[in-house]
Design a protein around this ligand. Structure first.
Ligand code: PLP
Ligand code: COI
Length: 364
């Protein structure tokens, strides 16, 4: 892969030394108080698909992109995105958690909405490059913060007919983040949403297109209006099975078994997939299957899991339509299995525990 240094990069003032730069960043960012927001970083990387092929990876400093007003991403939702994180270990090294899984999922999304997608090697090289370029924004070990990596793929060709674009932009930006839900690992209350469907039974819930998130916004606002940060979606057809929790998968624990929904309308979470392996490593049974909402009353522990959510333990599930509250956490505390799963996951990601499944891609 060839990397082009763009003129805007070259025009920059003489860069400060890396150690000086890190010092300045450490002074200005309060890593421990970071929320899940957008903080500008120095570089993003881009590649354009034109004339039937992907161009070289370009390094950019500007935060804006220029698009034809008739671009297919703007009108017909030809858009795929991903989310993964980089962590700084005690040893100073930067670890990317399972980036090849995100590459595969972006390809699956792109295929479904008929977009071109860079191959896995190109994707991984681009992720590494953008993290290396912004290394000073990878939060220090022990702050609980991480560098969120956001790959984006959009149809950029100008047309008004509904058919796939012949031109695409693949780009990645990064931003340092703290917890998605402000209380981090503290159990939170969840409301069941029976009014809105996030994804249709044979729709796009299993891929990561922006339209799914647009479809969840009214639901999310409805949840907030009722005082809840997460809504729980049930299957759209029968409202009988558990689907997922906002922008995270759902899992529960009962009788030393990790139970998680298997549904076409939920995103195949890389965190959930990893937790299933960790649960088995910890001696738990694992069940990925349709999970009836009626089972809620039997769960000893439950949580929402995802890159942004990590593990967010669930305190109560509130079903206002049936005037029922399922209290899951004991005394508002995360259960013992949830704690073990969390410690193992975060321990591997930070490099504190052995990476026995070879999940981390280490940089530097
Ligand atoms: N479900 C939805 C709808 C999501 O947006 C996400 C976040 O990516 C997840 C689940 C969790 O997936 P992952 O663990 O791969 O981040
Ligand atoms: C993630 O967990 O990476 C997500 O994509 C969730 C969200 C911020 C959309």
């Amino acid at each position: 892969m060839k990397i082009c240094a763009f003129s805007d990069v070259q025009r920059q003032k003489k860069p400060l030394s890396l150690s000086h730069n890190i010092f300045l960043i450490m002074e200005t960012i309060d890593w421990g108080s970071l929320g899940f927001g957008y903080v500008k970083t120095d570089y993003n990387v881009r590649s354009y698909f034109r004339d039937g092929k992907w161009g070289d990876l370009e390094v950019h400093t500007e935060e804006t992109i220029t698009l034809p007003m008739a671009a297919t991403c703007l009108h017909y939702g030809q858009e795929a995105f991903e989310g993964l994180k980089a962590f700084r270990g005690k040893d100073g090294k930067i670890r990317l958690f399972r980036p090849e899984e995100n590459a595969k999922r972006m390809k699956a999304t792109a295929d479904y909405v008929c977009m071109q997608c860079p191959d896995e090697d190109f994707y991984l090289a681009a992720v590494k490059k953008v993290v290396e370029l912004n290394a000073k924004y990878v939060p220090p070990y022990g702050t609980g913060a991480s560098l969120y990596i956001r790959p984006l793929l959009i149809g950029t060709g100008a047309q008004v007919g509904v058919h796939p674009s012949s031109e695409y932009l693949f780009m990645i930006f990064v931003t340092p983040v703290g917890p998605y839900y402000k209380d981090g690992f503290k159990p939170i209350d969840v409301i069941v949403d029976r009014l809105h469907d996030r994804a249709a039974p044979r729709g796009t819930g299993h891929i990561k297109v922006g339209g799914n998130y647009a479809a969840s916004m009214e639901s999310s606002a409805w949840g907030h209006d009722h005082g809840y940060n997460i809504v729980l979606y049930l299957d759209a057809k029968e409202k009988k099975y558990i689907d997922e929790c906002g922008a995270a998968n759902f899992f529960a624990v009962r009788d030393n078994t990790y139970i998680t929904p298997n549904s076409h309308s939920i995103l195949p979470s890389i965190t959930n997939k990893s937790l299933q392996v960790i649960a088995a490593d910890l001696g738990m049974k694992v069940e990925a299957r349709p999970v009836a909402f009626d089972e809620m009353v039997t769960f000893e522990e439950a949580g929402a899991c995802g890159t942004a959510a990590v593990i967010t333990p669930i305190n109560k599930i509130v079903d206002i339509d049936h005037e029922t509250v399922y209290t899951i956490a004991k005394n508002g505390q995360p259960g013992p299995n949830t704690v073990r799963l969390y410690q193992q996951l975060v321990g591997i990601q930070n490099g504190d525990l052995p990476d026995t499944h070879d999940w981390n891609l280490i940089i530097g």
